[in-house]
Write a protein that binds this ligand. Structure first.
Ligand code: UTP
Length: 225
């Protein structure tokens, strides 16, 4: 695979503090895949976003402003990646248009969220659509897409393959509001469907998983197509 967009879950980058060992190994993998010439990385907010959203939610602040807080967290997490990559403009674009501009003469672009109302999955999928990608990686905290949240449901089953429509139904079931815990937000799946972009949902905290998908070494996680 020559080009890819990665939606990197915030929990992978920072959980209890910054996961610097993971970040360095992740960057090393992406910088050493010979076939890879273009790579967009969109970083989520993880526990940083939730840690700021939850206390304000308790004060009945509305979702627009909670989203605005979440976006700031995603951009801070994106700083962790952009400062360590070599072939990148060291800025965090605030829109997909801006990302396309700073990506032109570089292998990498790194960004976080853009506007309230969606998550970084949607930002990443729009970046993938705008740049003509065929495939997309969603690096999450679990091994793929499950019938129910595997963290809280013991008997939940992992899917090997899903259609866009099946994934959309599962996503809508668990999508509620700012900071809600869902494998991918519904808007990102609608964009993937209209652009016919294949999605690999993989366990995001294992750097070699990205190599396996990009170099098509083995099938891992869940494929949505
Ligand atoms: P994330 O993309 O990390 O969302 O953005 P998430 O699915 O809740 O968290 P992960 O995938 O487990 O890391 C964090 C929050 O920032 C706001 C939303 O409130 C989102 O829940 N956000 C993010 C936006 O409003 N717009 C964006 O473009 C990105």
């Amino acid at each position: 695979m020559e080009k890819i967009v990665i939606s990197l879950g915030g929990s992978v980058v920072s959980s209890n503090g910054v996961n610097m060992n993971f970040i360095k190994a992740f960057i090393n993998v992406l910088e050493t895949i010979p076939s890879l010439s273009k790579c967009g990385i969109v970083v989520g907010g993880g526990s940083l976003a939730r840690g700021y959203i939850e206390p304000l939610k308790n004060e009945r602040i509305n979702n627009y402003f909670l989203d605005r807080v979440g976006i700031k967290a995603t951009r801070l997490n994106a700083e962790l990646i952009v400062n360590l990559l070599k072939d990148v403009e060291n800025v965090i674009p605030e829109s997909v248009d801006e990302a396309l501009m700073v990506w032109k003469n570089r292998k990498f672009v790194v960004m976080g969220g853009t506007i309230p109302g969606h998550t970084t999955d949607t930002v990443a999928m729009l970046l993938a659509e705008a740049s003509g990608m065929d495939e997309f990686i969603n690096g999450t905290s679990v091994e793929g897409v499950y019938s129910k949240d595997p963290m809280t449901n013991k008997g939940s089953k992992k899917f090997e393959n899903l259609t866009y429509s099946e994934a959309l139904s599962l996503s809508l079931e668990s999508y509620k509001n700012a900071g809600s815990n869902v494998f991918m937000d519904p808007v990102s799946l609608l964009i993937a469907r209209r652009a016919n972009i294949k999605i690999h949902v993989i366990k995001g905290d294992i750097p070699e998983n990205y190599r396996d998908v990009i170099e098509k070494k083995k099938k891992i996680g869940t494929l949505i197509s």
